[in-house]
Ligand binder design. Sequence first.
Ligand SMILES: Nc1ncnc2c1ncn2[C@@H]1O[C@H](COP(=O)(O)OP(=O)(O)OP(=O)(O)O)[C@@H](O)[C@H]1O
Ligand SMILES: [Mg+2]
Length: 347
Amino acid sequence: MTAQNLVTVDDDSDARPGGEVLLRATDVTKHYPLRTQALSRHRRVLRAVDGVSLEVRRGETLGIVGESGCGKSTLGRCLVRLTELTGGRVEFDGQDITTLSARRLRPVRPGMQLVFQDPQASLNPRRRAGDIVAEPLLVHRYGDAAAVRRRVAELFDVVGLAAAHLDRYPHEFSGGQRQRIGIARALATSPKLIVADEPVSALDVSIQAQVLNLFADLQEEFALTYVFIAHDLGVVRHVSDRIAVMYLGEIVELAETEALYDAPAHPYTQALLSAAPDIDDGTPAADVPRRERIVLTGEVPNPVDKPTGCAFRTRCPYARERCALERPGLTRTPSGRHTACHYPLID
Ligand SMILES: Nc1ncnc2c1ncn2[C@@H]1O[C@H](COP(=O)(O)OP(=O)(O)OP(=O)(O)O)[C@@H](O)[C@H]1O
Ligand SMILES: [Mg+2]
């Protein structure tokens, strides 16, 4: 790297992975009380998110992956305060937003937006696409009707939709186009952070790549920070700088994307990699010969009755006695990897 390059990297380090933290979650928990147990002395809870700490830096994409029901969506909603936390703290853009009242949260909201998995379900079928995109502008008093109209047309253009289609209803668009409407709506208030909850899972594989490319282009153009949720390691690999792997409400591994794919530290990550097809060519993402394949057996335990110690131990081929006794926290191994495992595959 030349001296000139070094200066460039230094100059805008805040906007790059490794730069300033935009979002910080500290020991976030979200527990749902079980209704049937309401009168019992020992109220049982479903531990949807169970002690998650992470940081997202300005301009980076943090991928979050894990099997269905592991708490990804719940965590995503906690991060943007669309749900109340049971415990822990969320700081966004230097401000603790954990307990802000609705009124005080209002000026913070435009800065963080969510894109949902199923555009069919998340777009009001009775509203025209232009009105759907205009809604957050009206809520946050963007300007007069003409200014809103101009902004909506601009957003349509930015996400690759034709201005001629402003008056169409969601069902008149294809799946990929509907997701573009959802993205335009999320962009309307010029957010800093977008939490995208499985934004391409409902789309045909051929359309997925187009929408992923759009996310990448928008990130570049508007210096966006993403939390990108997927159940499939094949999808997040192409968009994420770092990846957090979740299991039963906990992060079991957090690493730079390539490091995680090259050499997973947690047995669960290894198992997910063994199973993940590559989005490009359908070949297994596991491309390192020395890596043994792990095929997961058994069911994911119920988050109401989590195993003692390590939550993954009941399905882990390497589990030993200690794993049932002590819960491993997410810690840094000597080689700088973050994993919640007593016996990481690399150290
Ligand atoms: N409002 C709720 N009330 C009670 N339990 C809930 C609620 N929302 C989620 N859960 C439970 O919390 C756990 C985590 O759910 P969540 O939807 O966050 O998982 P997920 O990883 O997003 O799954 P998927 O991949 O299917 O979208 C699940 O056991 C789910 O049943
Ligand atoms: Mg989900």
